[in-house]
Design a protein around this ligand. Structure first.
Ligand SMILES: CC(=O)N[C@H]1[C@@H](OP(=O)(O)OP(=O)(O)OC[C@H]2O[C@@H](n3ccc(=O)[nH]c3=O)[C@H](O)[C@@H]2O)O[C@H](CO)[C@@H](O)[C@@H]1O[C@H](C)C(=O)N[C@@H](C)C(=O)N[C@H](CCC(=O)O)C(=O)O
Ligand SMILES: Nc1ncnc2c1ncn2[C@@H]1O[C@H](COP(=O)(O)OP(=O)(O)OP(=O)(O)O)[C@@H](O)[C@H]1O
Ligand SMILES: N[C@H](CCC[C@H](N)C(=O)O)C(=O)O
Length: 531
């Protein structure tokens, strides 16, 4: 991380101020040009912070960092001092990195209204809703999340949902410099566990829901919850400089468990009578959601183009946070109406006279259940679902996803998501265990075309999408679940370009021309061009 764009004139003592450390070798007054947590990105005069990771240990790269000119090394393990290099031993280098990065950038979160959104599902959608609301109020907004990071005219790709603490503080500092008023960020459980947001001053924390995911990392639901709850129990109570709002889904059992652990001010939302923000007179259609919201700030008649009851939850969450942070009810109503959609979340790929294709990011049992229930309520003639499960991720959710999809769909096409380093057919086998428990029959293509209920296995995602679109009819919906906005597929350690929306558009266009293989269309077009 180059110090050139960063704030000048810091020394190590300033970065360590308030941080517990065990031992220091060398001069605390040494000037610091920047910070880095990867040895290959260290520049002269910078601090290298050694992190213990899942693949390797940053302590192994200390010599490399010093070779590249590190002036300071922050570490957990005691080491032999290197002449000319200051060493600081701390109990937790991730905590130290978060703390020092915030100090290096002069605590940008203190100059922004930062809203942190956590929960298994709904974070991205809620962040888009909050963005639309704040924009309606005339504010400058920044968003940090799974789809991308954006502020002003800047749009940056997001390798992870919540950036590493150093990258996050750098980004928040850029937002502050660009006169952003409100930074809305998704806070993943990994980020909470790995202390990426530890030194962020949140104006509000928002809890959407908790259901099974990431158990490969957290082990069990209690541990997953304990990590999520840290946003509310530790981070919202850390600073003592003014109230920090908690917005919690009261209908979610884990939200109920969180409530007594959270200090006021708290706003709850949900359909239950006691919720602070709750809806009535609800209409859910293909056009979206219409409802009246009861809130401590008055009644709001809202409309939004987002579809499905679960999106009403996201609307309640966003409305609660915005109202609680002083946005007027009028701006909330305008923002909710202004949103045009969320990338890769029930994103339509439509063509006249064709089945409707919806690309969605449901990749947990709960998300699939909610999205399929939303489609069921819209009375399509048939629901055809194409989905797979990510490799090198929570295996235990796979049969559950299989069951949910079998229950909610007429035809299921099981395919690959991002297999990563797992064998695609082995992942599919895990999913099939769930379908078998539901006694869901295996079909051949002609049976699926003729309207039988059951499943097909087509491991190649492109072929699976083409087949779904070939067997679908107008009036039916084809849900392509799991990859949403992603523009890649990870096969082994290779990342190839792959976009469900492009694949669906190509297959729909082939279907319209009565061609089963879109490649034939492409070849014909190329021949015409060559002719
Ligand atoms: C499982 C996980 O979260 N891993 C994070 C972890 O990486 P790691 O444990 O693999 O790190 P490592 O490769 O073992 O390296 C350890 C340390 O040595 C350093 N190193 C390594 C090699 C070298 O030559 N020199 C060197 O200094 C590395 O920079 C690192 O600091 O620490 C890294 C640095 O802090 C993170 O970037 C990395 O996130 C990776 C990219 C990741 O994919 N994370 C995913 C699972 C994730 O966090 N996802 C959530 C979203 C989940 C959701 O859907 O809610 C997210 O917040 O995005
Ligand atoms: N409130 C909700 N409850 C349950 N499912 C939801 C909710 N909101 C969205 N979903 C489903 O979850 C999927 C992912 O939604 P979204 O991206 O908003 O959540 P997320 O928490 O950001 O997910 P991720 O962390 O995996 O990026 C959607 O495509 C939809 O299928
Ligand atoms: N942030 C989530 C995204 C999963 C998306 C799905 N397409 C997959 O690859 O499993 C994860 O890393 O578990």
């Amino acid at each position: 991380m180059s110090g050139l764009d960063g704030p000048a004139g810091k020394n190590l003592a300033q970065l360590l101020s308030g941080l517990k450390y065990l031992r220091i070798w060398g001069d605390e007054q040494v000037p610091v040009q920047g910070l880095a947590y990867h040895s290959g990105r260290v520049a002269s005069g910078e601090v290298f912070v050694a992190l213990k990771g899942c693949q390797t240990d940053g302590h192994l790269y200390i010599d490399k960092a010093i070779e590249r000119g590190a002036a300071v090394v922050v570490l957990e393990d005691a080491v032999e001092p290197t002449p000319g290099v200051v060493c600081v031993q701390v109990p937790d280098t991730r905590l130290a990195l978060a703390h020092m990065a915030a100090a290096f950038y002069d605590h940008p979160s203190c100059n922004l209204t930062v809203v942190g959104i956590t929960g298994t599902n709904g974070k991205t959608t809620t962040s888009y809703l909050l963005e639309a609301i704040w924009q309606a109020s005339g504010a400058q907004v920044g968003v940090i999340g799974t789809v991308n990071c954006r502020f002003g005219s800047q749009v940056r790709s997001s390798p992870v949902t919540t950036p590493e603490s150093l990258d996050l503080q750098d980004l928040l500092a850029e937002m502050r410099a660009a006169a952003v008023d409100c930074a809305i960020m998704e806070v993943s459980s990994h980020a909470l566990d790995l202390k990426r947001v530890q030194a962020v001053r949140f104006a509000a924390g928002l809890f959407t829901n908790l259901s099974q995911d990431h158990l490969d990392y957290h082990g069990d639901m209690e541990s997953y919850f304990a990590v999520k709850s840290r946003l509310f129990c530790e981070l919202l109570t850390d600073c003592g400089d003014g109230p920090q709002l908690a917005v919690i889904n009261r209908d979610d059992p884990w939200g109920q468990k969180l409530l007594p652990q959270t200090s006021p001010p708290v706003l709850t939302y949900g359909f239950a009578a006691g919720a602070d923000i709750r809806p009535e007179d609800i209409t859910l259609t293909h056009q979206g959601i219409q409802a009246r919201l009861h809130t401590p700030y008055g009644r709001l008649d809202i409309v939004s183009p987002l579809m499905g009851r679960y999106n009403l939850y996201n609307i309640l969450a966003a409305s609660g946070a915005a109202l609680g942070l002083g946005i007027s009810p009028e701006h909330v109503v305008t923002g909710l109406a202004n949103i045009t959609g969320v990338d890769g979340r029930l994103e339509p790929v439509a063509a006249p006279g064709q089945p409707l294709v919806l690309v969605d990011y449901a990749h947990t049992p709960d998300a699939l259940e909610k999205v399929l229930a939303a489609l069921k309520a819209l009375d399509f003639d048939r629901i055809i679902t194409v989905f797979g499960c990510g490799g090198d991720r929570d295996r235990r959710k796979r049969p559950l996803m299989g069951q949910v999809v079998a229950r909610g769909s007429d035809v299921v096409i099981i395919t690959s998501d991002n297999p990563r380093t797992e064998e695609p057919l082995a992942i599919i086998e895990d999913i099939l265990a769930g379908l078998r428990e539901m006694n869901c029959p295996r079909l051949d293509v002609s049976e699926a075309r003729e309207g039988h209920r059951g499943y097909l296995v087509i491991a190649d995602r492109r072929q699976a999408i083409r087949q779904a679109i070939a067997i679908g009819n107008p009036g039916e919906v084809i849900l392509l679940a799991g990859k949403g906005h992603e523009t890649y597929q990870i096969l082994g350690t290779r990342r190839i370009h792959f976009d469900d929306r492009e694949e669906a558009a190509a297959a729909l266009s082939a279907r319209a021309k009565n061609v089963t293989d879109p490649d034939k269309l492409r070849q014909a077009a190329n021949r015409r061009k060559g002719a």
